[in-house]
Design a protein around this ligand. Sequence first.
Ligand code: ADP
Ligand code: MG
Ligand code: MG
Length: 896
Amino acid sequence: MAKYVQDFAEGDKDQKDLLGGKGANLAEMTRLGLPVPPGFTITTTACRSYMQTGLVPAELRVEVTMALRRLEDAVGRQLGDPYDPLLVSVRSGAKFSMPGMMETVLNIGLNDASVKGLAAISEDERFAWDSYRRLIQMFGKTVLDIDGDIFAAALDEKKGARGVVLDTELTADDLHELVDEFKGIILAESGQPFPQHPREQLDMAIVAVFDSWNTERARLYRRKERIPNDLGTAVNVCTMVFGNLGETSGTGVAFTRDPASGKPGQYGDYLVNAQGEDVVAGIRNTLSLADMKQVDPQSYADLMAAMRRLETHYRDLCDVEFTVERGKLWMLQTRVGKRTAPAAFRIACALVDEHLITMDEALVRVTGAQLSQLMFPRFDTTDSSRVLLTKAMAASPGAAVGAAVFDSVEAQRRAAAGEDVVLVRRETNPDDLGGMIASVGILTARGGKTSHAAVVARGMGRTCVVGAENVDVDPVARAFTVGDITVEEGQVISIDGSTGEVFLGAVRVVPSPATTYLEHGLDAALTQADDDQDTRELVRAVDRILTHADHARRLRVEANADTAADAARARSLGAQGVGLCRTEHMFLGDRRVLIERVILAKTDAERQLALDALLPLQRADFAALLAEMDGLPTTIRLIDPPLHEFLPDYTDLSVKVALEKERGALDPHDEELLAAVKRMHEANPMLGLRGVRLGLVIPGLFALQIRAICEAAAARLAAGGSPRPEIMVPLVGSVQELHLVRDEALRIMADVAAESGAELDIPVGCMIELPRAALTAGRIADAAQFFSFGTNDLTQTTWGFSRDDVEGAFFAEYTENGVLAVSPFETIDTRGVGRLVSIAVAEGRAARPGMPMGVCGEHGGDPESIRFFHNVGLDYVSCSPFRVPVARLEAGRAAI
Ligand code: ADP
Ligand code: MG
Ligand code: MG
């Protein structure tokens, strides 16, 4: 049993871990009987072994020999044979597609002898020399690490010398000369001649593909996409077929549906007489599939049949790479294709209507991240101040407004300084990745919907417009011109990735149709869409899928809302309650003085006076909130942060007092304040006097808040409403703390009930946000009627990471060297923090069966974390209002 190599004919699509995505799908297409040039895959196991030891495993060499011989026998030709050579491509292919990230070398097996054999067999001298020069060029660049521009410059020079524009206009003799020049470049740049031995070429190319896994840009891409660094890549060795064999040959890429809008119907680009990456690189302008039908109806029909077959088989949008060699179609790659967010929703629903998938499957095919992309604002089409510069191809939707920049470095520099930038390039290549990540939008002058810029932008959800042919980009002058308008670096432009429009200046933005739908319902969204069919289809699809998610999910979705206005927005977006109302925000602004008086009070009486002044204000806050959330649970957290957060900054105040002293005009209040600030200074405020500790140390503080809640509820009841407040105590570590607060709460509740005649039964619960609370949850449940997991503090205290400091300090290193795959503040660390949550859920519910439990940390809006909270048995997640739709969708997906 071979360990490191597997023929295409042996595998299938479920072996992505072993064969990589490309290899697994090549195997699947082979299995389906589609015309795939034969070949074999070197597994990721081999790559991992190479990465660990730095050596190519000896067994690999043997297994490659065996596989190569099987291949040679099958096709009846031998690698690099001088008379009738077998040529192969060596192609990288990892488990997760990394477009343009890794290396491929075509035409392996050509050398000074076999190029003549190829010319004779194909009866096409020009083709043979063109293939050979491509091999040397790609080999030099990817295997020997020689700057690709040197080859490109030599090619340009040759074209210049011959007075031609296109590669295809060079003759066999020109190309022969070019081969000699390229070989000279190889010798000069690498110190070695271009290897003539076919097997040596093959082995070197395989190692180069292994090595390409660890290039800087590949690592950057993986970090961005959260792909682990240790998977390794597979290597596919595939019999060459030739799209550069004259006018009856060509190469192309196609999608079974439009990946930008999701509209039904195949979509693609075709390039006659071309090989490999010519299409993607945007070297010449491509033909559409409709044009291809005109020039080669038979190949077109075969391609359509193959694509239909694939879509039926994968039951999803597929993209393919294909080559036509003298009228014969070959399939070189397929995969379930990347798509924009709108396309994802539309395609999922279309597939349901075509009875290819169920509604449950449709729900799983879209993500919360895609839904949040749909919620991005759009350009206002009624903004009459818009100056349209040009209209090109819409490659990835969105409305991006930013300063034009012309290279990756500048994009990253300005973005780091907080500026929004739009990266403008003739075309992008993998070296632009850093700049693309840093930009809000990307505009290119060349290339189609399948160009590098388009594919990468779609993958990242960046707004992108491509193929703006009348945009003349001058990266040296750092400017572009359209007609007689010149846009310099730093000037603001606006690009619309849904229409392909490019505007001068900043265009006004309006809510997206999906946002209108989410806030005001389907009818409002359809009215806004007017007769724009694509938009109508899209909002209908979002409605169907989100409605299904709401049926499917078990988790309730609540919102973190501090004000009545936030609560109203959350409710319109589908929140089923407020899971966290932070009351500290109610002490800011004008009320700061009052809380200052509470802190500075020298006697109980003084403090009580200050608290009494706060009571009506707090009551009014809660009354407004409860009115907005009438009938829905409204969880109000008692004051949590260290009190000095309400006092002036220590340094600022010291300076102020010092200045006052100098001028002999010392304000006694300032002096008193300074003393208090000094007294209250803590080395670790987040671990200091905050949360429940405040309530127990500062008499009357919690009582004020509890009374305000009770009175607001009583008033609302009297007015005929159905208030459902819940009192939540933060930072509890011991059940005793909670008992003390709870007893006080019950007393106040009874008092207010007696005063008002209202019947008050307000649940008192606590946050679980300290490891000790989680570990003693069974005891805490004695005093708590509900739990809400505060996963931010729980993460902070479990890891001992200061949330406010780590991001800049060392998280970059930690993700780079693999200690963290993702920040635990973004996605819950299921092994550690998550374990504490499960312990608390189990022990809490054992002590108090059916006890309601939810989460109100940042993680409540994070897709992966939501899945965990579903699995661990929580009742609800609470997140910021604008994340509510995303959480609804993800909670639905988690339940499938
Ligand atoms: P990528 O992952 O960047 O698409 P590929 O390995 O798919 O890299 O190959 C790059 C280009 O070369 C593609 O256009 C592909 O279709 C073409 N190609 C790869 N192998 C062959 C082959 N055996 N015959 C002809 N063209 C090939
Ligand atoms: Mg590639
Ligand atoms: Mg490919």
